[in-house]
Write a protein that binds this ligand. Structure first.
Ligand code: G3H
Length: 494
């Protein structure tokens, strides 16, 4: 397969420069400004994307709103055919998407390829699930004082124009997981990819365009969030926002946008509670996988482990052993690289390094790693950590797992409950009933028993509480979120 499919995106006179998609064609912004996109490994520039203007945003949204009026009436069967085609394009062009993720966001080849294939599967799965979303009718007579002669016909209708804002760590999957359900439910979509991840977002948009999505129903605009973010999110033409990103950006956006439906997937600092009877080998493996995959840059990444000292003493050597066998730090282009490549930028790595140093200055001990080379942070294990240290209190998007000693399970639950975040937590124990009792008491969106936190499989509900988010994602839940209920009540005339 050649990369011809993506040629339109590039400017002919400067093939390193990518254009934005205004819903009809690929355009160079009238701003005359471009944003460089850097390879996280060494900071070299891999391309430039357009910094679009407010006028261009207005134009895209206005035309999307008009086109959506027709799109909502296109049959579901036709929509499903187009969406399935988009999934197939991702599969056909898997190696192009994989290579792009490797150089644009520094994901290892294995993880990049899984993101592409997982995205294709999720897109297609939406088409299976959407046919199970039915309308229904409710009769009035169940309510005191009413006869059965009033009927509410309830159906799902689109919001209108949905703004889909994706994060840098999954620029395909967490954009497609918004776009596919939004389109199937009859909305138009304006994609705002993350800056680092923009090129992947443009390529994904092209997959939907080539799958036959009609003009103006999908567009992709690029620019710095801090320049166009507020303008876009508060734009009166945007009916609903589906966002994945940091808690600080999500919270600021929620305050600004007023009464617009929001689906927000934000940060997490996911804890693991290890009971003395846990399978220590399984637990250690899951901690390494959950803490270090994609260099710890996942909102579901494991950030701290809560165990009593005796349990920690049995677990930690195994964690260090698995780190040696499972992690291979390296250039993401290299097939041997496993779990830990560079973080997204050297600036981000410098901040992670500061967080480690802060923890050490407050009494934490570095058991492994702790140092930085450019954008690379050595996989780090800290002990003697307390929950008031930034490394645990804030979401640290890097390859660090901290151990906090606890005196009792109640203390572990208190620590988790006091966190600003509430995405996921894991409990490791061979006694399911004991683990479930703890799970019941944990104020988070999801508790994993004997497994590390993760969003997938993608049809499971995925949601955070507190600073971790608003609303529920997951294929069926996203389809519901991308639509609203509408009721038509028929009253008797006689
Ligand atoms: O970064 C946030 C993602 O939703 C995490 O997804 O658990 O599949 O890595 P994941």
């Amino acid at each position: 397969m050649t990369d011809n499919l993506f040629q339109d995106i590039k400017q002919r006179d400067n093939p390193k420069t990518y254009r934005y998609f205004n819903g009809v064609s690929w355009k160079t912004s009238s701003s005359g400004r471009c944003i460089p996109i850097h390879f996280p490994h060494d900071g070299s520039i891999i391309g430039y994307v357009q910094a679009v203007t407010r006028e261009e945003i207005d134009d895209v949204i206005q035309r999307a709103a008009r086109a959506q009026q027709e799109w909502r009436h296109v049959s579901l069967k036709e929509k499903m055919t187009m969406i399935k085609r988009a999934a197939q394009i991702l599969r056909d062009y898997e190696s192009f998407f994989t290579e792009m993720l490797i150089v644009e966001i520094g994901k290892s080849r294995y993880e990049a390829k899984s993101e592409v294939l997982r995205t294709a599967d999720s897109i297609e799965f939406c088409t299976y699930e959407v046919i199970n979303l039915y309308g229904y009718a409710i009769k009035s007579d169940v309510f005191p004082g009413y006869k059965e002669d009033i009927v509410s016909h309830v159906e799902r209708v689109p919001h209108g124009v949905i703004l889909a804002i994706g994060p840098f760590n999954y620029p395909l999957n967490l954009v497609a997981s918004k776009v596919a359900p939004a389109l199937l439910m009859g909305n138009a979509v304006v994609v705002k990819p993350p800056t680092q991840g923009s090129i992947s977002g443009l390529m994904l948009t092209q997959a939907f365009v080539k799958a036959g999505i009609p003009k103006n129903i999908i567009s992709c605009i690029t620019g710095e969030g801090r320049e166009i973010g507020d303008y876009l999110t508060t734009h009166p033409g945007i009916s609903m926002i589906a966002f994945t990103g940091s808690s600080s950006v999500g919270q600021a956006m929620a305050q600004r946008v007023g009464m617009k439906p929001l689906l927000c997937e934000c940060g997490g600092n996911n804890p693991v509670v290890v009971l003395p009877d846990a399978d220590m080998s399984l637990t250690a493996k899951e901690i390494v996988r959950g803490g270090f995959a994609y260099a710890g840059q996942r909102c579901t990444g494991i950030k701290y482990v809560l165990a009593m000292k005796e349990t920690r003493d049995r677990l930690l050597p195994l964690v260090l052993e698995y780190m040696n066998t499972m992690i291979h730090v390296g250039d993401p282009r290299d097939d041997a690289t496993s779990l830990v490549g560079p973080v997204i930028s050297e600036k981000a790595a410098e901040e992670i390094e500061r967080v480690i140093q802060d923890a050490v200055s407050q009494g934490a001990t570095i058991v492994s790693g702790g140092s930085r080379r450019g954008a690379y942070i050595d996989p780090t294990i800290l002990t003697n950590v307390s929950n008031d240290m930034r490394v645990v209190k804030e979401e640290t998007f890097g390859p660090i797992v901290s151990f906090i000693d606890i005196a009792s399970i109640d203390e572990a639950i208190e620590i988790i409950a006091s966190s600003a975040y509430g995405l996921q937590a894991s409990v490791f124990s061979l006694h399911e009933s004991a683990a479930r009792r703890i799970a019941d008491r944990l104020p988070v969106g999801t508790v994993q028993i004997n497994g590390s936190p993760q969003r997938g499989p993608d049809h499971f509900p995925f949601m955070g509480i507190k600073a971790s988010g608003l609303g529920v994602q997951g294929i069926r839940y996203s389809l519901e979120a991308m639509s609203r209920l509408k009721s038509v009540v028929v009253n008797p005339t006689e």
